[in-house]
Design a protein around this ligand. Structure first.
Ligand code: ATP
Ligand code: MG
Length: 575
């Protein structure tokens, strides 16, 4: 439904001043361009222009969901506690879940997500394998009482999400729909004009769940990523670390104790011994839940990845200052040789080829060189313990990884029977036996996506929308609204563009040219048709392309066809 809008009838209060509280560009520009206003921390009101863009994103998502056979529906925001008690999440969800009571004192919550409601809705009604699969989605407001709402729409407390849930009789069926969703989510990102990467949140390690996060690349993103031109991308935390580690020695050496006074850090040690930090071994102390000591050994220049450490030793905790004394060990001088009895030694796999470890001697002011696993100490587990870094080898193709930051705009998940088992949602299979549904869930952050688009499409003057998300595709800017030539031509071009099917706005306000140009760039109309007296006298108008800054003079008679062609080409790029 292309619109013909007039600025005189549009409430879009733009701001000249930079809003002080806004740290990221999308937050600043959404406020400055008159798209939204803050109602409370992490809670926003969308003004007419901002809401137009929200609805455009919703429509793109709706089209992609409909195309893969997911059906739109709508669930309540207020949800009864009983459902959350059934799933077990009433206890475990924590303070992000906003809880409230009705006048009878019954417990409810504001939905942060809808697995419970959807599962309760289909159980008892979706009874036979013949009715499966079923995929349902809604576009609705979510509430999460985030600890630190920030960055405007990127991390709000109230936000709009598209959430879909699917029910299946077999893993093959779940996998097929999940694959459809993955492709649809990729198309959604493309249509929003986002530069994005699919990230396997848990890079296929044991116990990992089946999920993909769709990350819009942006400096302001909260997620640290490594990625490669071959298409590989992963969370730094989850990425497999493939390190071309150069061993300090390839033949064994005698074990020697070295006096290393006032050496506290790896940097001190490396400097003291004249070694590359990579050729020292860092030992980090932790404890199991049962209170046993664990030493993690890794190349001196690398960081221990706690998530990976926890995969080897569940619920492991790093020691704090006081614990060192209680275990009788010495911070800064830890090592696998002569560790307290029954210490579990977990070593990074890159050290496997190292035949001369430089390690702490487990006594103050001393280190050992030439330590050899198997001879001087035993390693209980070898594992990948490292946080991946740019420059490490891509686990897929071996090329050096690059670093980036990402905004998680959406995520798909195979839930399996987690909710159907806990909530008793079953169907009858071909043999007449009751089986729990296999489920998938799939979320797109509508309002977070809006902010992500701006993070990628903006400059110092304002937003530079892709046409697919812009509140309008073309703006007609008459530079003198009371001029007897300019005004009617502008009005005519505006209505012809709208008739050609373009979302068009006419800046009919009695404002100076400078104000109109500044507002047009701030709001970010993708195509701006400037109608001035001088140009008209020569039979021409000027087209400005917001994204590139290009300016083209067009013959008046050709303007509508030319702009329509450009917008249609651009639309095709985003469809
Ligand atoms: P995050 O890790 O960023 O807190 P999440 O993984 O908890 O997000 P999901 O439960 O996967 O979020 O929700 C699906 C989508 O909803 C997310 O991919 C994101 O786009 C959006 N979303 C989640 N939390 C917020 C929020 N606080 N503000 C805006 N959008 C959000
Ligand atoms: Mg998520």
């Amino acid at each position: 439904m292309p619109a013909a809008l007039k600025m005189s009838g549009l409430w879009s209060p733009t701001l000249k001043e930079e809003p002080a509280e806004a740290e990221v560009i999308s937050h600043r520009l959404l406020l400055r361009a008159g798209m939204m206003r803050k109602t409370a921390a992490g809670i926003y009101t969308f003004l007419p222009l901002g809401y137009r863009s929200v609805r455009k994103i919703e429509q793109i998502v709706r089209e992609e969901m409909d195309a893969i056979g997911s059906q739109e529906m709508l669930m309540p925001i207020v949800q009864p506690a009983e459902l959350w008690e059934e799933s077990g999440r009433w206890e475990v969800y924590g303070p992000e879940l906003a809880r409230l009571k009705d006048r009878q004192g019954r417990d409810f919550c504001l939905g942060p997500t809808h697995e419970e409601v959807i599962t309760a809705t289909v159980r008892d009604e979706l009874r036979s394998y013949r009715e499966l699969p079923v995929s349902l989605y809604q576009i609705n407001t979510k509430f999460r009482d985030e600890m630190r709402p920030r960055f405007g729409l990127l991390r709000g407390r109230e936000f709009i999400m598209k959430d879909a849930y699917s029910f299946h009789a077999s893993q093959e069926s779940l996998q097929a729909h999940y694959d459809d969703m993955v492709r649809a989510y990729g198309r959604i990102c493309d249509r929003l004009g986002l530069a994005w990467r699919p990230v396997t949140a848990d890079s296929g390690q044991i116990g990992g769940s089946v999920t993909v996060e769709f990350m819009a690349l942006a400096e302001s993103g909260e997620a640290g990523l490594v990625h490669c031109d071959c298409g590989y991308a992963a969370n730094v935390e989850a990425a497999e670390a493939v390190v071309a580690y150069e061993a300090a020695a390839s033949t064994s050496q005698p074990l020697e104790k070295v006096h290393t006074p006032s050496v506290q850090t790896i940097a001190d040690l490396a400097a003291f011994l004249g070694k590359n930090p990579q050729h020292t071994v860092k030992t980090m102390a932790a404890r199991t839940t049962a209170g046993a000591l664990v030493f993690f050994c890794l190349p001196g220049d690398r960081e221990l990845n706690l998530l990976k450490a926890e995969k080897i030793v569940p619920a492991v905790e790093m020691l704090d200052e006081d614990d060192f004394a209680s275990f009788g060990i010495h911070r800064g001088f830890l090592g696998p040789v002569g560790a307290p009895e029954r210490t579990m030694i977990v070593a990074d796999r890159t050290l496997k080829n190292e035949l001369a470890w430089t390690v702490g001697a487990n006594e103050p002011d001393h280190h050992l060189t030439g330590a050899l696993p198997g001879r001087d100490f035993a390693v209980d587990f070898w594992a990948d313990l490292l946080t991946a870094e740019p420059g490490d080898a891509c686990p897929q193709c071996g090329k050096p990884l690059q670093a980036a930051r990402g905004i998680e705009v959406s995520q798909v998940f195979q839930l399996g029977t987690k909710y159907s088992v806990s909530m008793g949602a079953t169907f009858m299979d071909e043999t007449g036996a009751e089986q729990p549904f296999l489920m998938g869930c799939y979320g797109v952050g509508i309002t977070r996506s809006l902010a992500a688009v701006i993070e990628q499409h903006a400059d110092e003057n304002g937003i530079a929308w892709p046409v697919s998300v812009a509140p309008a595709e073309v703006a007609v800017l008459p530079l003198a609204v009371d001029d007897e030539l300019v005004a009617p031509v502008a009005e005519r071009l505006w209505s012809e563009l709208a008739e050609a099917g373009l979302d068009t706005v006419l800046d009919d306000r009695d404002e100076r040219a400078g104000v109109k140009f500044a507002d047009a760039d701030l709001i970010g109309w993708p195509y701006q048709l400037v109608i001035g007296k001088k140009g008209l006298a020569e039979g021409s108008v000027e087209l400005k392309v917001r994204a590139t800054g290009d300016r083209i003079m067009l013959p008046l008679d050709d303007a509508v066809a030319h702009v329509t062609g450009l917008v249609e080409a651009e639309r095709a790029r985003f469809s």
